[in-house]
Design a protein around this ligand. Structure first.
Ligand code: DX5
Ligand code: ZN
Length: 225
């Protein structure tokens, strides 16, 4: 049982209908979304290309929700600050794509946003060891980054538990985000394992009623908080 943790649901707009993006965002706002997760892909670090500054800027002007920019791009340090200026309030960079992690995290914080580090499913937690004191949140990927609608990789559960233990033992103020394949079946398990920010794309925007889908996901976490 996890106690005293706030669980935030962060719909990923990657699975939204971009033609109706404004209405899609309004639906998840009504459903009680806490954060809007925006996946930025460059066709280099991951084999897909999504959206960048102009779209993020328009979204930020249209919603009150905090915007979580998940940068799946090479040389994230070159662009991270610009995402904050475009309106992101949380920015995560992949440890696999950023050799100058400390500098980049500092630049995100310096620009006024929360700084996160994202880990691919096969990247060991050990890669985080020296960076943890400088991060506000860790994004644990439970699919290989690049696409929505993939299947949850179950080894993420044990990774969450181990990360939770490390953060608690070191008494760090670091939140844990989980991203990839989250649905009604596994959301309880990831929350029980220590995740606090729950990203869900297809489970929300792939549903016929995204507002309802979001409420149902939250209800499924209640027994764990
Ligand atoms: C995948 C992205 C995810 C994705 C999640 O690379 O980082 O945020 O949108 O989508 P689902 O919930 O469908 O796996
Ligand atoms: Zn993401």
């Amino acid at each position: 049982m996890v106690s005293g943790k706030t669980i935030d649901i962060a719909p990923s707009i990657l699975s939204a209908d971009f033609f109706r993006l404004g209405q899609e965002i309004e639906a998840v706002e009504r459903g009680g979304a806490n954060i809007l997760h925006v996946d930025v892909m460059d066709g280099h670090f991951v084999p897909n290309i999504t959206i960048g500054f102009p779209v993020l800027k328009s979204i930020a002007q249209a919603t009150q929700l905090p915007i979580d920019a998940h940068l799946m791009i090479s040389e994230a340090g070159r662009y991270a600050e610009q995402f904050v200026r475009a309106g992101a309030t949380m920015v995560s960079v992949h440890v696999e794509a950023e050799p100058h992690l400390h500098r980049t995290l500092m630049s995100i914080k310096g620009a006024g946003a929360l700084a996160g580090v994202a880990l691919n499913p096969a990247t060991p937690l050990g890669h985080l060891e020296e960076a943890l004191p400088f991060v506000d949140y860790v994004l644990v990927m439970s699919v290989n980054p690049g696409f929505g609608g993939q299947q949850f990789i179950p080894t993420a559960i044990d990774k969450l538990r181990r990360l939770r233990r490390i953060i608690d033992e070191r008494r760090l103020n670091v939140r844990i985000e989980i991203d990839g394949g989250i649905d009604l079946e596994n959301i309880g398990a990831v929350v029980a394992a220590g995740a606090e920010i729950i990203v869900a794309g297809s489970a929300i925007f792939g549903a016929s009623d995204p507002e309802l889908a979001l409420r149902e996901l939250r209800d499924a976490t209640v027994q764990w908080v």
